[in-house]
Design a binder for this molecule. Structure first.
Ligand code: NAP
Length: 246
């Protein structure tokens, strides 16, 4: 049966790959991102609408339009997120910290809190959170990004407790290095520096992560995958990356 799948941050990378993967399954999609103009070509037939998760009004408008277009939401993929900069704490700026926390934590909460009550009332639904290996292990220059992703763990844990008995599932999919626009955004458009992150190693693709998301969502209703940590074979921790081939 076709599911109504809502994906935040579907204009690029992992979100776009998830959109393609669910579309291939025949699911009904609602896609949101700030760069709305990119969305239409990601998965033809999907409902596309502007979304800035840091703006509660935008979240409200996006979800109302998605529900008007396709009805109640069966699957929410909370993917919108970013890292900004690699400044150490002593060198950091409030602007970048706020951007990461407002997007990765508060934005996710603003979307999720509006979708959960409907899912709980219908006794059916799946909230997927795209976390990160950064939420499991910190690294210098990544403190606030790592903190924003670590914060998603107790948020998911509490959601599982708060939805217990309603049939709602909560899964965190936590990848290591994935080649997307993530590093371009992190390095503020410096393409050369961004490319170096993936040099001489084989990173995950957005499709690899989308397969994990789809696997979790496709389990039978009585099975909840709590957390999936998915890493490139060439990566052991955020900082330990094998480069140069085998
Ligand atoms: N790439 C990696 O190595 C990696 C590893 C672990 C976890 N992750 C996580 O995976 C998720 C997706 O990242 P990605 O790697 O696919 O990077 P990406 O290619 O830069 O995609 C990020 C997506 O998030 C959207 N986004 C950012 N801020 C937003 C906002 N305020 N409102 C709505 N959408 C917003 C962007 O769309 P617009 O700019 O058009 O709004 C874009 O579609 C993020 O949560 C990231 O932290 C990535």
């Amino acid at each position: 049966m076709s599911r109504h799948v809502v994906i935040t941050g579907a204009s690029s990378g992992i979100g776009a790959a998830c959109a393609r993967a669910f579309a291939k399954k025949g699911d009904t999609l609602s896609l949101g991102a700030r760069r709305q103009e990119r969305l239409a070509s990601i998965a033809p037939g999907a409902f596309c609408h502007a979304l800035d998760v840091t703006d509660p009004g935008s979240v409200e408008r996006f979800l109302a339009a998605a529900i008007a277009a396709h009805g109640p939401i069966d699957v929410l993929v909370n993917n919108a997120g970013l890292a900004r900069g690699v400044e150490k704490i002593a060198e950091g700026t409030g602007e970048a910290w706020r951007e990461m926390i407002e997007t990765n934590v508060l934005g996710l909460l603003e979307v999720t809190r509006r979708v959960l009550p409907q899912m709980m009332a219908r006794k059916h639904g799946h909230v997927v959170v795209i976390g990160s290996i950064a939420g499991h292990k910190a690294y210098p220059g990544g403190g606030v990004y790592c903190g924003s992703k670590r914060a998603l763990q107790p948020i998911c844990e509490a959601m599982r407790m708060e939805t217990l008995g309603t049939g709602v599932r909560v899964t965190s999919v936590d990848p290591g290095l994935v080649e997307t626009e993530f590093s371009l955004v992190r390095f503020r458009g410096d393409a050369e520096r961004a490319a170096k992150v993936y040099t001489d190693m084989r990173p995950l693709t957005g499709d690899d992560v989308a397969e994990c998301v789809l696997f979790a969502v496709d389990r039978p209703a009585h099975v909840n995958l709590d957390t999936i940590v998915v890493m490139p074979t060439d990566q052991a921790t955020p900082q330990m990356v094998h480069r140069g081939g085998r």
